[in-house]
Write a protein that binds this ligand. Structure first.
Ligand SMILES: NC(=O)c1ccc[n+]([C@@H]2O[C@H](COP(=O)([O-])OP(=O)(O)OC[C@H]3O[C@@H](n4cnc5c(N)ncnc54)[C@H](O)[C@@H]3O)[C@@H](O)[C@H]2O)c1
Ligand SMILES: [Zn+2]
Length: 348
């Protein structure tokens, strides 16, 4: 079992435990929730695959367990579903000593984590990520939230989990496209760190726990330095300014990770066009994205994406802060004119 400790967001921090098998991770989970009621938030797909086993582990440990099954999909990271989660928590008399468990991908941990942040002004929660993307990214760092009026993560809170349990067993039931979605986010960590995280995956199609732990460690450095995303943490948004816009422009037909990989390509090209990034870097980025089996052509989303860029949370008047890399491993943040970004998407 590997362990990454986050010293941010919670007094004493929290541990991210990463193991090949779920049963090896259950003892620390049970001791964490000992004496509390547990409320599992999962989605309809993960429910059929992994929910029963977790519930059995909890009942075997003598834990009273309730649950909420979210219909799978980004469109359910919504205020309506949030309301239903909160009402269920109330109905089962959960109080501030009890604990919420998110079993699922980033949609589940975002909405479940947000529910935990507002219910009774905050109850503890554990993330058990089941998608690759949520293992390497969304289950750690304490960003929670929901979408509103088509704007991604328009409402949310910084609210950290108290424990994260990551079992590679869950990866076995993901489709290849779900794996590629997580790979898109791992390419982001390669850009930031300059490390070769995906060489083994390109060769074998497998992701090991060392790679997942490395991604969490890279994220940890930025989260600990800047929990509230005011400065250094914005580096983790590489590919996300344009990526979120592509994701929305596609009507969520693009997965988050695919959109982020396209965003990394488009932002690198945009950086080249305004002289912020050395010419030629985008060729290397496109090669890496394509070697990983992800799409590299965003032309059909450009026009619609330019409208979404204008709603980006990172916008500050006429300027927008975009993280770029001058090479793999050398990230920096540049304030660019919103008009330039919009016109690049329309005409670039
Ligand atoms: N909070 C953060 O820091 C952060 C960071 C990155 C992304 N996100 C958010 O995460 C979301 C994307 O996460 P995601 O890609 O995990 O999406 P997701 O939660 O929608 O999961 C993708 C699909 O995989 C299914 N699934 C999950 N685990 C499975 C398993 N083990 N076997 C089979 N199917 C499984 C889900 O049911 C879903 O249909 C977005 O909403 C994004 O905004 C948040
Ligand atoms: Zn992301």
């Amino acid at each position: 079992m590997l362990s990454v400790e986050f010293f941010a967001g919670k007094p004493g921090g929290y541990r991210v435990l990463i193991g090949d098998r779920t049963d090896g991770l259950i003892p620390p989970l049970l001791s964490h929730i000992h004496g509390c009621k547990a409320f599992i938030v999962t989605d309809s797909t993960v429910e059929t695959l992994h929910f029963n086993k977790l519930r059995e582990y909890l009942s075997g440990g003598g834990i009273e367990t309730h649950s909420f099954i979210l219909p799978a999909g980004e469109q359910n990271k919504s205020i309506d579903q949030l309301k239903m989660i909160l009402e269920e928590l109330l109905k089962h008399s959960f109080d501030r000593d009890d604990i919420l468990i998110n079993l699922g991908g980033g949609v589940v941990s975002d909405i479940g984590g947000f529910a935990a942040s507002v219910y009774m002004r905050g109850i503890r929660y554990v993330n058990i990520p089941t998608s690759l993307l949520s293992m390497v990214d969304s289950s750690v760092g304490g960003k929670t939230g929901i979408d509103l009026c088509g704007v991604k993560n328009a409402v949310g809170a910084f609210f950290s989990p108290t424990l994260v349990i990551e079992s590679l067993e869950y990866l076995a039931t993901l489709s290849e496209s779900d794996i590629r979605c997580g790979v898109g986010e791992i390419i982001k960590y390669e850009m930031i760190s300059g490390l070769d995280l995906l060489g083994g995956y390109i060769g074998s199609g497998m992701i090991g726990k060392e790679v997942i732990a490395k991604c969490c460690s890279i994220k940890k450095e930025y989260v600990e330095a800047d929990l509230l995303d005011r400065g250094k943490r914005k580096i983790l948004n590489i590919g996300h300014t344009f990526g979120h816009a592509f994701e929305a422009a596609s009507g969520f037909a693009l997965s988050h990770g695919e959109a982020v990989a396209l965003g990394i390509i488009a932002e690198t090209r945009f950086g080249e066009s305004i002289g912020a990034v050395p010419e030629g870097l985008s060729d290397a980025v496109i090669k890496r994205v394509s070697d990983c089996g992800l799409v590299t052509d965003y032309s059909s989303y450009k026009e619609a994406a330019s409208v979404f860029i204008e709603h980006d949370k990172k916008r500050n008047g006429d300027l927008i802060a975009i993280p770029f890399c001058s090479s793999f491993g050398s990230p920096f943040i540049e304030q660019v004119r919103l008009l330039d970004a919009v016109s690049f998407l329309k005409n670039g």
